[in-house]
Design a protein around this ligand. Structure first.
Ligand code: NAD
Ligand code: DAU
Length: 355
């Protein structure tokens, strides 16, 4: 088959990246999809077992902070486009080790853009090329009780993670303004779904409820997040990649705000039902602990630009998507056990290294 496009997806072994890779590999058999990932603790090739043998899928183990290797790889592969998701993504880790976030999220992004500029230099404005930068709503800082983030909200990051993502967003836009480098940016709210590393609130609580362990709630549990199903995010990325305007930014959100404590109580209720435990069993695991430093109070996204201009919409059945997500974790016990024991990290050696 003649491939129409070669697309590098960075961070494709991570949570959102694996959903984006799966969607593109299955929906576009005439696109060659290269998953470029360093396989940090957050990268798990078991997330992609269902597509790993498809002819239009390839995996490349590479670190985006390694400028020379990235340049060589791009010179050899000459991709048409990049969807950039590789990042250090966990706020709590950024508080403990900020420099790693600067290296990957800022320097890594610049390395990728410079490698693309080099190979696309003769055809930068041909519409054949695109650097799609996947970012977060956390760059906008925090909201009070009302209001939503729009694409025009000023940047005001509060954690080392969000500061590193904000910085990378600024570089991406600066490359568009300075070099006419073809970019699109999207800023998304909190995702939930399958294949999510159990350090983030929802998969952590699912795993802990399953194992009768404490559910750690930061502060009073009053902080609010706008939860979006990861498959809706992958669909939004597909829509923006194909129909979005070069140089523009799109906000993506679920229009689905939950206080942390209410969300955890809902998880307890659904899991008691699915595990056939008496209602009320799992809420007893809730444990209030010291708040996260610099904890943003509320995030909420206004995604009307994406909805009105490009026709994307999030699912309107959050509880069903959450129930199905929980069911997946309970039915895929070996995925959860491998990820919590660390076994997933040897999957690459077994499946790829000697091929
Ligand atoms: P994740 O932590 O699950 O996955 C990150 C992936 O990047 C992993 O596969 C990891 O191995 C890879 N990676 C990390 N450092 C690398 C490096 N130096 N070189 C190559 N690969 C490297 O993250 P996620 O939650 O899937 O988030 C993906 C992207 O989406 C990130 O850019 C994040 O900022 C953004 N985002 C996430 C959310 C969310 O709710 N999870 C919401 C909005 C935006
Ligand atoms: O908003 C988008 C962002 O969402 C992404 O850019 C980040 O990559 C992603 O990690 C996520 O950041 P959050 O900090 O909002 O997600 P997290 O799951 O870590 O926390 C969600 C909320 O739950 C937050 O208010 C902190 C709280 N929390 C989290 C954990 C891990 C707890 O109360 N207890 C916990 O143990």
């Amino acid at each position: 088959m003649i491939m129409q496009k070669k697309i590098v997806v960075t961070g494709g072994a991570g949570f959102i990246g694996s959903h984006v890779v799966r969607l593109f590999v299955n929906k576009y058999p005439n696109y060659q999809i290269i998953n470029l990932d360093k396989l940090t603790y957050a990268g798990n090739l078991e997330n992609l077992v269902d597509v790993q043998d498809k002819v239009n899928y390839q995996f490349a183990k590479l670190d985006i902070t390694d400028r020379e290797s990235i340049f060589n790889f791009f010179e050899n592969e000459k991709p048409d486009a990049v969807i950039h998701l590789a990042a250090e993504s966990h706020v709590d880790r950024s508080i403990l080790n900020p420099i790693e976030f600067v290296m990957t999220n800022v320097m890594g992004t610049i390395n990728l853009m410079d490698a693309c500029r080099k190979i696309w230099s003769d055809s930068l404005q041909s519409n054949d090329h695109l650097f799609y930068h996947v970012s977060t709503d956390e760059v906008y800082g925090t909201l009070g009780e009302s209001g939503k983030f729009t694409e025009h909200t000023s940047y005001d990051p509060h954690s080392p993670y969000s500061a590193s993502k904000a910085s990378s967003d600024h570089f991406v836009r600066a490359y568009f303004d300075t070099y006419k480098f073809p970019v699109k940016v999207s800023n998304c709210s909190n995702n939930f779904g399958t294949h999510h590393f159990p350090e983030k609130l929802i998969p952590l609580c699912i795993n802990n409820i399953k194992n009768n362990k404490a559910l750690p709630i930061y502060g009073k549990g009053e902080n609010i997040r706008d939860w979006l199903w990861v498959e809706d995010h992958a669909r939004a990325i597909d829509t923006i990649f194909h129909q979005g305007v070069v140089g523009e930014t799109y906000n993506i959100g679920g229009n689905n705000e939950w206080k942390n404590i209410d969300l955890v109580k809902l998880l307890c209720e659904i899991m008691d039902e699915q595990l056939a435990r008496p209602q009320g069993t799992s809420t007893q695991l809730i444990t209030y602990i010291t708040d996260r430093a610099g904890h943003d109070f509320r995030y909420a996204i206004d995604s009307s630009k994406l909805q009105n201009n490009l026709g994307w919409k999030p699912t309107d059945d959050f509880k069903n998507a959450l129930s199905e997500t929980i069911r997946w974790y309970l039915q895929n016990e070996s995925w959860l056990n491998n990820v919590t024991s660390g076994n997933y990290q040897s999957y690459y050696e077994h499946q790829y290294k000697n091929k």
